[in-house]
Design a binder for this molecule. Sequence first.
Ligand code: SF4
Length: 426
Amino acid sequence: MNTVSQHEGAAPFVLIDQDDEPPSCISSFFGAANELTSAPATAPGAKRVMRMTPRIRAFRRVFFPEATDAQWSDWHWQLRNRIHTLDQLRLMVNLTTEELVALQQTSGMLPAAITPHYMGLVSAHDPDQAIRRMVIPTVYELRRCPGEADDPLGEEGQSPVHGLIHRYPDRVLLLATDFCSTYCRYCTRSRVVGQGDLTPSRERLGAAFAYIASHPEIRDVLLSGGDPLTLPDEQLEWILASLRAIPHIEVIRIGTKVPAVLPQRVTPQLARMLRKYHPLWMSLHFSHPDECCYETTRAAGMLADAGIPLGSQTVLLKGVNDSVGTMKALMHGVMKMRVKPYYLYQCDPISGSQHFRTTVAKGVEIIRGLRGHTSGYAVPTYVIDAPGGGGKIPIAPDYVTARDGTDLVLSNYAGGTFRYPDTATS
Ligand code: SF4
């Protein structure tokens, strides 16, 4: 029998009795024979030991020794215990001067906040570690370089209602909240995220619903933010139900980084609630293969089991994932979680992002290193979100090298030359 109990009035913690066969996603989280602890294999009637990624477990032992399994697994606890002050970070990480100076900055920057779960993946000693670079600010964010802008995608100019962006003819982007559990230092929306201006109030969102209802050409709504999955179930359900009540809305999508940074948020209750609002799709934000850990695999599994088609979104980041090997490992990692690699974004020229941006040639090189070298399912579409609000423009290696009469001369993934007789008449 599965016992579901409430802790701290929050998300349920599932205790699995020995006799029961738990759902696959739960059993992978609460390993029966946990290689990570010295706890004995489950005795009759005993609770199973929670399965955790080894380095996260080690981090928890040192910095949150008092936290119980129930607390650690509770997304509210994770949010309450986010690491966000200089003193906390100084205790956990050997900060560099570049990081210290940035953390002493009190205004004009995207806030810093990291869930204990994600902090467990951060290297204490290596300032160049990919995960660390993505969440601990550095002075380089304070530099403004030519071509950069606070709102490079021109979202403000395409917002008929505060927090609603109507760029494409048949779909809109609705920013449900500006809150995130963990702030990515390269965030495209750092001008608004974490500022407390985009609240999920009924008044603001009601105005957005009214706009959508009055535009029958809108058939698809992407819920983003901030991170919509940081909202309580009831609030998120109110948003989904309000959108579903609009007859011309065919598809709802949610963009989130929660499975990577706050996987505890994905509970059986959340999955049950979400599945009521199909067709519901999700884009999960992943940046590095280290994010594909036990806890995240479990979270993605629950969403997939709820019938939600999952796609990944990744920003190409210098020193984080800008090599064929790392990107291939990430794409394989998300596929193993039943997430289809969807978009690879060229990093937007937001203010203070130069240290994260690669050349476009690097992105093309990565796609060339994936296409044909691994399954087509593992190859995302590489896009530039055009500055000024032009939308996503796909960028791809050119495999057509010449036209010779009616023949197209093609180069395959391995560099071989082939011809296609392009003789059909249109
Ligand atoms: S999760 Fe998304 S919205 Fe939040 S800080 Fe990261 S990139 Fe920005």
